[in-house]
Design a protein around this ligand. Structure first.
Ligand code: RIB
Ligand code: CA
Length: 315
């Protein structure tokens, strides 16, 4: 397990909640968590994060409310048809703690300066806070160790439009700024997250765990409802937990070339697409200009079983 200090940026819906559980169970050194509007509002996401972290035994991690609106736009209202009205499947958790005063972008910049060169960034929602942090501190890329995101789609369709994945599509301007900055982004997109699954047996097994696993199981009941007609059986995609597991080194990708990535932030039908240049695919993706980002295209089998055993360690 990586002993590095972490900043997490999330839009705490149900797969974000699973990710909080994974990070806590793995003992990640979480220095701060920022919320961003996506699955629900940044205020609602911060509330879910505070309550979940307390339920999992980590009320000590500071939570900052981040951007409500995307850069240059307005928040579209969230995805209650996926994550439920409160973002976590309607599960009511004991209210615990309050967010800190600073914004998520301010928290990220502060932590990057305090942990100069070692802070790792994991973003599992729209990238608005990261883009705002780059505006606040243009030297941010030289201050952080690396950035891992759940987002995008290289060789597969999007999930909001034919080409747009939600975290990119919800703020393409921010995503374009993040991929355009001089740091290495590890992109964990739908190419791999749509084949990382929880099946019914995983959800049922969580029900017999402690309070936190049982709450996650209740949330999955709603999340399965959205994914079952898409995947053809009671199950769900493990988008955010897979990104976190790859970031922690708990899952080693089988294919993850370093290639150029751009984001379509135009107003046309391609808006929100991650344009991943895979033209070197027959010759081992040789270094080409602007090849800076690591795009995960393959993972080993069995992540659902691995995640279940991790989450069952929660209280
Ligand atoms: O496209 C899936 C992503 O959008 C996940 O991060 C999910 O939580 C939503 O934010
Ligand atoms: Ca998310």
């Amino acid at each position: 397990m990586s002993g590095a200090p972490w900043y997490l940026d999330c839009d705490t819906g149900i797969d974000d909640a699973l990710t909080l559980g994974l990070l806590v169970a793995e003992g990640a050194d979480l220095k701060g968590i920022g919320s961003v509007s996506g699955n629900l509002s940044s205020v609602g996401g911060a509330r879910n994060t505070l309550d979940l972290m307390a339920l999992m035994g980590r009320p000590d991690v500071p939570v900052a409310i981040g951007a409500h609106d995307p850069i240059g736009g307005v928040f579209g209202g969230g995805a209650d048809f996926v994550h439920g009205a409160n973002g976590i499947g309607g599960v009511e958790l004991p209210r615990a703690g309050e967010p800190v005063e600073e914004s998520a972008a301010e928290m990220l910049v502060r932590l990057a300066r305090e942990h100069r060169g070692t802070l790792r960034v994991l973003a599992i929602g729209p990238l608005t806070n990261l883009a705002l942090a780059l505006e606040l501190e243009p030297e941010l890329p030289s201050l952080v160790a690396d950035v891992v995101i759940m987002g995008g789609a290289a060789r597969v369709p999007g999930n909001v439009t034919a080409v747009g994945e939600a975290n990119i599509w919800n703020d393409p301007e921010a995503a374009s700024a993040v991929f355009g900055a001089p740091w290495t982004v590890t992109m964990v997109g739908l190419d791999v997250t749509m084949v990382a699954r929880f099946e019914e047996q995983h959800r049922v097994a969580l029900e017999s765990g402690g309070a936190a696993p049982a709450a996650l199981a209740a949330m999955l009941g709603v999340y399965f409802q959205y994914y079952t007609p898409i995947l053809g059986r009671p199950s769900c995609a493990l988008h955010d937990p897979l990104a976190a597991a790859i970031a922690l080194g708990a899952v080693q990708p089988t294919l993850a070339p370093v290639v150029p990535v751009e984001v379509d932030a135009t107003e046309g039908p391609g808006r929100g697409q991650t344009l991943v240049d895979l033209r070197g695919r027959f010759v081992g993706y040789p270094a080409v200009p602007n090849a800076r980002h690591r795009v995960v295209l393959g993972i080993p089998e069995g992540f659902g079983d691995q995640l279940l055993q991790t989450l069952l360690r929660l209280p």
